[in-house]
Write a protein that binds this ligand. Structure first.
Ligand SMILES: NC(=O)c1ccc[n+]([C@@H]2O[C@H](COP(=O)([O-])OP(=O)(O)OC[C@H]3O[C@@H](n4cnc5c(N)ncnc54)[C@H](O)[C@@H]3O)[C@@H](O)[C@H]2O)c1
Length: 454
């Protein structure tokens, strides 16, 4: 099929590349000329596992091209995906939808044949109906239907999740739109393992918001338990393990730590809470508000933990800070809990020296006062304390790293705000290990040789 993807940021670029990989002819429309040039040259302007390879392959084969001119895509494509941003509005309430309305106001007057427009951005309940009204006003021809097909991919796994999603949800109203969705996703559905859920647009909107709210609630639940553990001396990692064994709960998405971040979950949780309150569903709004409240409190909890680990002195402490991306697998630092913590420690007078294997340039732009280093060992050199802010495998899987880092720091104190470090190898290398919701662990002093018996 000939498809366009309008808006080539984190979601749109991965989607465009994956659609080409699945055999479609694809044109990506991106208004930011610098991004567009990079994409046309086969390079992603951000890191996402496996994306550069797909972009290079399909821009070279000609199956994937990029333009900043919507007219190039309008009548050429049989189906248009909309993947523009829906940031939170300046009052921090609902979504701003100006990128969606802007894209439609440009595209729709350029269409001269019936086609399907497929929205992938995350929106509040009621948006699709409003946008279809705009399309109907602007359309030169009948038969332009807006389908809502929210995206459930995980950043850091965007390519794999787009090629093999666990579900495809499409909110639509006509048999023609259903045929278009089945056709564009035919290569995915043919592989097996993906459930296609055809529903109405309102259900598709709410399903996406509810899915993100549930993920956020799972994270906030275990983080609330971390608070309880801190007050009782219990170990939240073991509590999470015990809960996760129950198949009704499951182990995934329940790691205690500094809380969720990124370009989606925080804004989606806020916007959903606002919309739910607007709709008058007061109890649901209170539940969502509590989830958000727990998450906001994690930053303070992490600052307090670092302060305790530093013996109460942050002023002048040199902190080797490992990881800036909001999660491993991406260079995205939007609303990154790691960077927020680094910023807070800097404001408290610490000297923060950052490393991130993929997001160093982004981190430097977002937090200029922090020093940056090209390697993890350089970042921890002479540190009074090391913070593990993002769960990159680089920091976790190399068995030599704890000893090498111990040799380079001033004091071997590790604060792992993601609860990902397996403490034993670090303790064996002489580190104290501090994690949220877990008792601190200290290396055992060497056992003195037994007194010879007289
Ligand atoms: N990032 C993710 O992993 C992810 C996952 C699921 C859902 N989503 C949702 O997808 C949407 C996009 O998210 P994102 O992270 O890719 O945002 P983003 O800000 O990275 O990308 C949006 C892109 O759209 C471009 N754009 C805006 N208006 C345009 C227009 N008229 N024509 C051409 N280009 C235009 C912008 O320049 C930008 O590059 C959001 O609603 C988000 O909530 C994102």
């Amino acid at each position: 099929m000939r498809v366009s993807v309008i808006g080539c940021g984190h979601l749109g670029t991965s989607h465009a590349a994956a659609m080409a990989e699945l055999g479609h002819e694809v044109i990506g429309v991106e208004q930011d000329q610098e991004k567009c040039r990079a994409l046309a040259a086969g390079r992603a302007p951000f890191y996402e596992e496996g994306l550069d390879e797909l972009l290079a392959r399909h821009t070279a084969s000609g199956r994937l091209r990029f333009t900043d001119r919507p007219a190039d895509a309008a009548d050429w494509a049989e189906l248009h995906f909309l993947a523009v941003g829906t940031p939170i509005d300046p009052e921090g309430q609902g979504y701003r939808t100006d990128q969606l309305t802007g894209a439609l106001r440009t595209l729709v007057p350029l269409l001269h044949q019936p086609c399907t427009i497929v929205g992938k951005s995350t929106v509040s309940a009621g948006t699709v109906e409003r946008l279809q009204g705009i399309i109907d006003q602007l359309a030169n021809v009948p038969g332009i239907e807006l389908v809502w097909n929210p995206e459930f991919l995980r950043e850091g796994h965007a390519v794999a999740d787009t090629l093999r999603p666990d579900r495809i949800v499409a909110g639509l109203t006509s048999p023609e739109a259903r045929k278009a969705i089945e056709a564009v996703y035919a290569p995915v559905l043919a592989q097996g393992g993906t459930e296609l859920v055809i529903t109405d647009p309102a259900t598709a909107e709410v399903a996406k918001s509810a899915a993100n709210a549930f993920l956020a609630a799972k994270i906030s639940f275990i983080n609330a338990m971390a608070e309880v553990c801190e007050r009782t001396g219990a170990d939240v990692a073991d509590v999470a393990r015990v809960l996760g064994i129950d198949p009704r709960i499951g182990p995934l998405g329940m790691r205690p730590g500094i809380g969720y971040g990124g370009g989606c979950l925080p804004k989606d949780a806020t916007a959903f809470t606002h919309r739910v309150r607007e709709l008058g569903a007061g109890t649901a709004a209170e539940l969502l508000q509590a989830v958000d409240g727990v998450n906001r409190g994690r930053l303070e909890a992490a600052v307090a933990l670092v302060e305790r680990a530093a013996g109460g002195r942050l002023e002048g402490a040199r902190i080797g800070f490992l990881g800036a991306a909001f999660k491993a697998g991406t260079s995205d630092v939007r609303d990154s809990p790691a960077l927020r913590l680094a910023d807070r420690l800097h404001l408290r007078g610490a000297v923060v020296v950052l490393h991130d294997p993929r997001a160093l340039a982004e981190a430097h732009r977002a937090l200029p006062p922090a020093q940056v280093r090209e390697t993890a060992l350089e970042a921890v050199a002479e540190a009074d304390l090391v913070v593990l802010g993002t769960e990159w495998p680089e920091y976790l899987t190399d068995p030599r790293f704890p000893a090498a880092a111990a040799a380079s720091v001033r004091l071997p104190i590790l604060v792992d705000v993601r609860t990902v470090v397996e403490p034993l190898p670090w303790l064996a290398a002489g580190w104290s290990v501090w994690q949220l919701g877990r008792p601190p662990r200290h290396p055992q002093p060497p056992v003195p040789p037994a007194e010879p018996q007289r």
